[in-house]
Design a protein around this ligand. Structure first.
Ligand code: ADP
Ligand code: MG
Ligand code: ZN
Length: 493
């Protein structure tokens, strides 16, 4: 029998706020343990939480990004459980009345647009982090109370690859909208993976098996590849699967059972008596709506249509908003937007990457951390955007060859001087003056009787050699197209 996988993801994303969810402590990664803590986030008795409004805004903004409805009434519940990293012995979370519901995310997958429905995106708080040393353990509560959005997908994902692409698309949307930095290295995105298998085409869901706390997208993909194959094996060999929770062992590359349904927690949810329900007003919602962005997928489609760009170019601009804005700023005024895209992607982006690599190596040598480094960005460029149009113009009207244009670009990038000035000073203008080129051609034909005979006896490749000689003689300034034409005419005539 053929089986198919059914996958639903619960993705936890730390929101990009200055302070924590219920107190004024900094929401910051990497500080010494227990330095961003206060009575509220340490769960001391008698304190009162106050909701972080920016976290509420980012939650609703996520709702808009994911085409969700925003219920007029939401509230916060207490989810009770004991664990050393949960200082209050409960986590505040939106349970049956979340702030956003019933949306979807569209993304490209295997050459088509795929849609995964989003059941809800609800707001909750992160917990602290346990550390285990040789002889004892410790807890760092800096992370406790950091606003966390849980984005719950419907079980619409059908393969490990699709889960991977969905997660990346989700991350791209959230990053570009400023909802979260989604820095995986800093644990800003974590994922619970739910997966079952069923006979292909069956309308019934199989037993849901949850793999907890994945912290990398490639880990999610590997865990799913393993787990789907494992579940199919169990069924094929006549076994049965029960709803359960498993853990991914990244080193061993396997999942292991943690607990079965009988040992599921009862969290005793009830509305937090210290917190008001969240009932956003029309004006407030409108303000949040003002922070909507053009979604990456829509932007890619628009770039292809508006500027006639190939999918590959549009894809680069889809994932790099700053580069895209830079491109559009110029392309709007360009006759040939594709040429602008080529320069921006192949030259500017590459040169910036090289420059940044050098800058970060230098700054690392001075002991700076990545967060403190100052790298050259698009707003620091020495040349104005119009210089790129000027450069493209010089190539298009054949004033300079495309290889000379590369040299001009490098100098323009380094010094900010205008292309025309660089061309003139370096004498890079092509010679299209046919009389001069004729003379070079005659000289090359005289000096190379061998290749000339080769060409005449049918070896077409000999022409390239002769062309190269003329280019050399002209010190690279002859227009190669004109050289080819003249040589051919002279040799055939
Ligand atoms: P629970 O109440 O146990 O948390 P939910 O219905 O909220 O379960 O679903 C949690 C996640 O599991 C969702 O992402 C959902 O899409 C997914 N899911 C639910 N049932 C299945 C199933 N049978 N197979 C795979 N994923 C599932
Ligand atoms: Mg759940
Ligand atoms: Zn605090």
């Amino acid at each position: 029998m053929e089986y198919e996988a059914v996958i639903g993801l619960e993705t936890h994303v730390q929101l990009k706020t200055k302070s924590k969810m219920w107190c004024g402590c900094a929401n910051a990664f990497g500080a010494p343990p227990n330095t961003h803590v206060c009575p509220v986030c340490l769960g001391l008795p008698g304190v009162l939480p106050v909701a972080n409004e920016e976290a509420l805004r980012l939650t609703v903004l996520t709702g808009y990004l994911l085409h969700c409805t925003i219920p007029a009434f939401a509230r916060f519940d207490r989810k009770s459980y004991f664990y050393p990293d949960v200082p209050k012995n409960y986590q505040i979370t939106q349970y049956d009345r979340p702030s956003t519901a019933n949306g979807y995310l569209d993304f490209e997958f295997q050459g088509a647009t795929a849609r995964v429905r989003v059941a809800r995106a609800h707001l909750e708080e992160d917990v602290g982090k346990s550390f285990h040393f040789e002889r004892n353990s410790g807890v760092d509560f800096n992370r406790a109370g950091v606003p966390l959005l849980e984005i719950v997908s419907e079980p619409d994902i059908t393969s490990a690859d699709m889960a991977y692409v969905y997660l990346n698309a989700l991350k791209e949307v959230l990053q570009q909208a400023g909802v979260s930095d989604c820095d995986m290295e800093k644990g800003m995105v974590r994922c619970d993976v739910n997966v079952s298998v069923r006979p292909k085409g069956s309308g019934k869901l199989g037993a849901k098996i949850e793999i907890k706390n994945m912290n990398s997208f490639s880990g999610v993909r590997r865990a799913l590849e393993y787990e789907i194959a494992r579940q199919i094996d169990v069924l094929r060999s006549g076994g049965a699967l029960a709803q359960s929770t498993r853990r991914w062992d990244d080193m061993a590359g396997i999942t292991e059972e943690m607990r079965t349904k009988e040992h599921a927690h009862d969290y005793r949810y009830f509305p937090d008596p210290d917190l008001m329900p969240f009932e956003p007003g029309e004006k407030w919602l409108e303000e949040v709506g003002g922070r909507m962005i053009e979604l990456p997928l829509a932007r890619k489609a628009r770039l292809m249509k508006e500027y006639n760009l190939p999918a590959n170019d549009a894809e680069v601009f889809k994932s790099n908003v700053a580069l895209c804005e830079y491109f559009e700023g110029i392309a709007k005024r360009a006759k040939n937007p594709k040429a602008v895209a080529n320069w921006v992607i192949n030259n500017l982006q590459a040169r910036l990457a090289e420059t940044n690599a050098r800058e970060s190596a230098e700054q690392a040598a001075m002991g700076l951390e990545p967060d403190d480094m100052k790298l050259t960005g698009l707003s620091d460029l020495r040349f104005p955007p119009d210089a790129l149009l000027e450069l493209i113009g010089l190539v298009e009207n054949k004033t300079i060859s495309s290889s000379a244009a590369q040299q001009v670009f490098v100098e323009m990038f380094d010094t900010g001087r205008s292309p025309a000035a660089i061309v003139q000073e370096r004498g890079l203008a092509q010679v299209s003056d046919t009389a001069a080129i004729e003379a070079f051609c005659d000289e090359v034909i005289r000096a190379n009787p061998g290749p000339v005979n080769d060409f005449k006896s049918g070896k077409a490749a000999a022409l390239n050699f002769l062309k190269g000689q003329v280019m050399k003689l002209s010190k690279g300034k002859a227009n190669p197209t004109v050289v080819g034409e003249i040589l051919e005419r002279k040799l055939k005539g």
